[in-house]
Design a binder for this molecule. Structure first.
Ligand SMILES: N[C@@H](CCC(=O)N[C@@H](CS)C(=O)NCC(=O)O)C(=O)O
Length: 103
């Protein structure tokens, strides 16, 4: 599994924390956004970081990647199952990525 994106990005750091908490081995490729690397471009069509490559599966966006990792490596669980709790968890994730990030 490869994670593209420098850890200067808070979005990349979010995914690195998820990978570390779940004990998933990853090859970190610390490139910057819009890097011309064709494998990165294939994983992130808009050139944003982070992007993930897992075999022939590619995915961009930190939240999408987080949900993918949660499904593939359910233990330890980092997301709740209860409807209200998952609603709140998604709210905090979006808040961190948007309102808080802008500050
Ligand atoms: N919603 C995306 C946002 C990713 C993002 O905006 N990353 C910044 C770096 S911190 C980036 O790649 N910016 C380049 C651009 O917006 O074109 C995510 O959660 O991964």
């Amino acid at each position: 599994m490869k994670l593209y994106g420098t850890s200067l990005s808070p979005f990349v750091r979010k995914v690195l924390v998820v990978l570390a908490e779940k004990g998933v081995e990853v090859q970190h490729v610390p490139l910057r956004f819009h890097d011309p690397d064709p494998r990165f471009q294939a994983a992130s069509p808009f050139g944003k970081i982070p992007a993930l490559e897992d075999g022939d599966f590619r995915l961009a966006d930190s939240s999408a990647i987080m949900h993918y990792l949660e499904g593939k490596h359910p233990e330890p669980a980092l997301l709740p199952h209860d409807a209200k709790d998952i609603g709140r968890a998604v709210w905090f994730d979006k808040f961190g990525d948007t309102e808080l990030f802008r500050c």
